[in-house]
Design a protein around this ligand. Structure first.
Ligand code: AMP
Ligand code: MG
Length: 425
């Protein structure tokens, strides 16, 4: 057996990021910026009103409040967002103005609608308090000035960034491109489709699980189908994968006892780069990795047991493909949690990854409870898990003890206490 860190290092060394290229901003969400993005336009592009109200000269309102009555200004224009006013607001004058409309020359403040009284059918506005210079006015470049670095290399583009780029009039952004990840199931026992199972057949869960995992990472999923024990068929799929995918994930056929064609074909097609590993983890001990001859496409050989395939994906595929995508943060976030139930285990030289439910307590601490059903074929427990509790070799942890938990599904975090309300845990 080799330590997980050794397997990870072996994989990472063979997964460099492909060359950056321009990608349309609407397709760039979640991609990693490869070159500094520098602003060429100020935002806002012109001085404008932040309120619906009256643009005026603040000096005209200085006396308001002191004098017996309100200050009355003549309304000389109506300025809508998207329009402009060529004239000038003179002393004693104001313009009705909408949010986002350009400030007219002469005016230096806006009195919001709620703070003034409209008189004479809208021809006069009465203001009973001083409006300070610059009030409700947005200046040029208050958001972004020309020369600002909007995003450094390594930035993961958020919806907000996409808008900031749109504000610059940019159509494309130089990023590490979205990776196309092929998923392939192997094994003669696999049935496809909803029909009845033949003798000894099982349904192909892994391909669908792995395609879903790939999609959730924001990568483009390429369904390479399933292949049985047919060397030519598998070879043909790899030919296609080499030209259509940036990396390939297979499941099944990587165990010690396996003599199936996956091993034979991958060995042949990888020019000796394929390494068949026994990683000191549970589940997901067997793992294979190499690169396709010619294209250099990384191939991840995951074990067939569905939970093992998922854990293998988390620990060995995800970090490597994130590196290919230019990410700096490769690992999942690990939180220190308090076990609310025993997490027993026996020493066996492996690190155990226990499917678990983790939640954030009201006091800001983390709690974790293991799922019921920890065998590597028990996918149901994995489906309900949002964390993997990391149990180093030894005797495990008793209730109340501390345990590190990998947040494998941050979207499924809740602040609800991890009570055993579900029959599965
Ligand atoms: P293997 O790694 O090929 O020895 O398979 C280990 C276990 O996983 C066996 O019980 C297989 O039937 C099962 N298995 C293999 N591939 C899949 C798959 N695509 N979906 C569900 N189970 C699978
Ligand atoms: Mg098999």
């Amino acid at each position: 057996m080799i330590p997980l860190s050794e397997a990870q290092a072996f994989v990472l060394a063979a997964c460099p990021p492909p060359l950056p290229r321009p990608v349309p901003i609407d397709e760039a969400l979640g991609l990693v910026v490869a070159a500094p993005i520098v602003a060429t336009e100020p935002v806002p592009p012109f001085v404008n009103s932040s309120r619906d109200g009256y643009a005026l000269r603040s000096a005209d309102t200085l006396e308001a409040g002191d004098a017996p009555g309100p200050v009355r200004l003549q309304v000389v224009a109506l300025i809508m967002a998207g329009s402009s006013f060529d004239g000038m607001i003179g002393p004693g004058q104001a313009a009705r103005i909408m949010t986002g409309a350009p400030m007219p020359a002469g005016a230096d403040a806006v009195c919001m609608l709620e703070d003034c009284a409209v008189e004479a059918d809208g021809e006069v506005v009465a203001i009973d308090h001083p409006v300070t210079e610059g009030e409700a006015v947005r200046g040029i470049g208050e958001d972004v000035v020309v020369g600002d670095v909007i995003a450094d290399p390594g930035t993961v583009l958020t919806p907000g960034h996409v808008g900031v780029l749109a504000n610059q009039g940019m159509a494309d952004v130089i990023v590490h491109p979205r990776l196309r990840i092929g998923v392939l199931s192997t094994g003669d026992e696999l049935a496809s489709g909803p029909g009845p199972l033949g003798p000894g057949q099982i349904r192909d869960a892994n391909r669908h699980t792995l395609l879903a995992l790939v999609r959730r990472q924001g990568w483009a999923a390429v369904d390479l189908g399933k292949v049985g024990d047919d060397e030519e068929a598998l070879s043909a799929v790899l030919d296609w994968a080499a030209v259509s995918c940036d990396a390939v994930i297979t499941s099944g056929g990587v165990s010690v006892g396996d003599h199936d064609i996956v091993k034979v074909v991958l060995e042949k097609r990888s020019a000796g780069t394929m390494r068949w590993m026994q990683v000191a983890i549970r589940p997901a001990k067997p793992f294979a990795f190499g690169t396709l001859d010619g294209s250099g496409t990384p191939v991840f050989g995951l074990p067939g047991n569905p939970v093992s395939a998922m854990v293998s994906f988390e620990l060995l595929v995800r970090p490597a493909v994130r590196q290919m995508g230019g990410h700096r943060q490769l690992e999942r976030i690990v939180v220190p949690a308090v076990a609310v139930a025993d997490l027993p285990r026996r020493p066996d030289g492996k690190t155990h990854f226990v499917r678990a439910r983790v939640s954030l307590d009201a006091d800001g601490g983390w709690s974790v409870r293991p799922m019921v059903g920890q065998d590597s074929h028990q996918l149901r427990a994995m489906a309900d898990a949002n964390g993997l509790a990391v149990l180093p070799d030894g005797e495990g942890v008793t209730a109340g003890g501390r345990v590190d938990v990998l947040l494998i599904d941050p979207e499924q975090l809740s602040a609800d206490p991890v009570e055993p309300t579900d029959r599965r845990w």
